[in-house]
Design a protein around this ligand. Sequence first.
Ligand SMILES: NC(=O)c1ccc[n+]([C@@H]2O[C@H](COP(=O)([O-])OP(=O)(O)OC[C@H]3O[C@@H](n4cnc5c(N)ncnc54)[C@H](OP(=O)(O)O)[C@@H]3O)[C@@H](O)[C@H]2O)c1
Length: 358
Amino acid sequence: MRRIPVLQIGLGGVGQALVEQVLHFNERLGGRYGFRFAYIGLADSQGTLVADDRIPPATLLQALATKRAGGSLSDVPEGGPLNDWRNLLTPSPCLLIDVTAQGGAEDALVAAVEQGHRVVLANKKPLCADLSTFRALTSEGRTRYEATVGAGLPIISTLRSLLETGDVIRRIEGCFSGTLGFLMTQLESGVAFSEAVRDARQRGWTEPDPRDDLSGTDVARKALILARTSGFSFELADVSVESLSSAALADLSVDQFMDQISSLDDRYREQWAAVMDQGQTLRYIAEVTPERLNVGLASVAPDTAIGSLRGPDNLVVWHTQRYAERPLSVRGPGAGTEVTASGVLNDMLLFAREWSPR
Ligand SMILES: NC(=O)c1ccc[n+]([C@@H]2O[C@H](COP(=O)([O-])OP(=O)(O)OC[C@H]3O[C@@H](n4cnc5c(N)ncnc54)[C@H](OP(=O)(O)O)[C@@H]3O)[C@@H](O)[C@H]2O)c1
């Protein structure tokens, strides 16, 4: 049985679901595939858990229980204090999984792939640093990142197979944010903007600061990842982004922002009423072409694929040389810890099948 060493950075919602799925894979399926994943390290923002050969399943379960009770890996008896994950990389290659939401680690990730490690990301930020970093990370297939766009939906793999079989991408469009999708359908049914944002926040569907979603930056990052994967040379600053928040609310604390968010209600009530009078509706749409990246509100007919989207579902539509008359599309839930973790696990399986750590 082959052993695939794994170092996982991040043990939040997605990271916890991933550990559970890896344990399940090892127990039920590993024998069938001829390999098993062996956690050699886990890190959260406060602590670490490490082992030379593998962290035993019982210790992993204890770590999950500790995190769910609000603790840190440093509280697990076998755990240790915060230790920069770079110090946990072994000389021999491993799978390095980034399921944090942190930026700033891209140089270390590039160094890791250059040392022979393989990287799997749910974290979009390393792919949205400058273009040369993206290329260094992803060249020769050394980094996989299915879960960064559409969570567990097969978006990156579909795009790759189009490109690898010689199709030409003319335009990619769609709705890439479950949070903003939910807001759009709430506004369409007459709910006030502030109420819709509060509802999404209570369901845990927004970032802790909802302005991170409302700013459009998260969608802009996904658009940039699709563009770069398509071979288009853009930087994040090239994305034209429409924010759903306002400059006047930008410097407030999160609590102050939530207190004052109703100041945006009239703007959206009027905007929606005007669009619906024309028999249209609004969606927060991303558009990727070789020439431009746009992210923002657009009015669409309700009976189109985009206009008929409901709730937090995502939709990605490819207009290509082959799919010219009727575009290719993938639609479904584009957020959630379980489906995101399954996208990461799928990337891990692909690496494990094709790559043998020396
Ligand atoms: N949730 C989704 O539906 C979804 C969908 C697609 C993609 N994603 C992406 O997946 C990633 C993880 O999402 P999530 O919802 O699991 O986020 P989360 O719950 O906020 O978890 C982030 C984890 O990263 C850890 N962390 C932060 N700084 C760290 C550091 N310097 N070293 C090691 N660990 C560190 C945190 O530690 P503590 O536990 O100590 O705070 C936490 O465990 C994000 O990049 C997100 O954008 C999420």
